[in-house]
Design a protein around this ligand. Sequence first.
Ligand SMILES: Cc1cc2nc3c(=O)[nH]c(=O)nc-3n(C[C@H](O)[C@H](O)[C@H](O)COP(=O)(O)O)c2cc1C
Length: 317
Amino acid sequence: MPLPSRFANLRLPAVAAPMFLVSGPELVIATCKAGMIGTFPALNQRTSEGYAEWLSEIKSALGPEDAAYGVNLIVHNTNTRLMADIAITVEHKVPLVITSLGAVKDVVDAVHSYGGVVFHDIINARHAQKAMEAGVDGLILVSAGAGGHAGTQHPFALLNEIRSFFKGTVLLSGAMSTGQDVAAALMAGADLAYMGTRFIATNEARADAAYKQMLIDTTARDITYTDAISGINANFLTPSLIQNGLDPAAAKDPKHKIDMAHELNSEAKAWKTIWSAGQGVGSIHEVLPVAGLVARLKGEFAAAADGFMAKRANFSL
Ligand SMILES: Cc1cc2nc3c(=O)[nH]c(=O)nc-3n(C[C@H](O)[C@H](O)[C@H](O)COP(=O)(O)O)c2cc1C
C-alpha cells in the first residue's frame, strides 16, 4: 500500500510513537525536522486549551520540508475531553490522528473532513476488523514486547493475518530500536515502523534522567508484562516496580491484584512512578539528541537494505 500523500517527504519510513507523560512539542518538532513523523498524546497537556497551545507551537516551528506530525486521542468514555479535543484537532487540521481504545466512525469522519489521516492501534484481528469498519486509513499493529499497552502476538503472525484482509497503511510496533529493525518491518510487509521506547532515551523526551538511565542499564529480561498498574496489560521496567515496593512476581499473578492507579489516586501518578518500556531496551546504550538518533537510524536502515541486496545476490531465485 503506498503511503498517504501527506507522508511523501519522510526521510525514514518510521513514526516516533505517542507516549504518555514522555512526548511533548520538543520531541515532536525535533523528530519531524529529522524526517520522521513525530507524535504526542493530547492528554499530555492537562487541558484542551493547553493542547491547542502545543499544536500552535508545533505548527509554527515546522516548515513544508519537515515531516508531518500527529496526535493521539484516547477514544473512550472515560476521556471527558474527547469532544473538545476533536474540535481543536479539526480546527488545527492535524495531519495525523492516532486513535487508541475505540475506533469510531464519527471521529474518523471528522478527521477526514479536512483531509487528515487516521491510524488506529490494535493488538489482534478482531480489533482490526472493527477499526476497518470505522473507516480508518491505517492500522498500528502493536505486537508482543512493545512498550505501553502491548499485545501478545508475534509480529509476523499479526502482520500476515491483518495483511490478508486490510489494504490500508500498516504500521508495525514492538521492540524496534535500530534502523535495521525499521528495514525488517518493511521487509515483513509493514509500510511504516512505529517506535516508542527508543525515543524515551533522547534529550528531548520529557522523562526523568533516572528513567532514561534505567533504559540503558536494562535488557529484555528486565521487562514485566502486567495489568496491575492500569487494568490493561502493559510492559514496565521491573527495577521501577521494585523501586516502588512492588513485587514483580506478584504483579504478574492474576490472583494478587495490585491497583497502583487506585493506590496513587490516578493513572497519571502510577505511570509517573512506574516506568513503561518495551523489550527493545536491550539495544539502547545511550541517550542521544533526536537529530543524532534519527541520523543513526537512517544509516542503519540503508546498511540493512544494502546488506539484504548483497545476501539476495547469493541466490538464483
Ligand atoms: C512510556 C510509554 C507511554 C506510552 N503512552 C502511550 C499513549 O499515551 N498512547 C498510545 O497510543 N500509546 C502509548 N504508548 C505506546 C507507544 O505509542 C507504542 O505503541 C510503543 O511504545 C511501541 O513499542 P516500543 O516501545 O517497543 O517501541 C506508550 C509507550 C510507552 C513506552
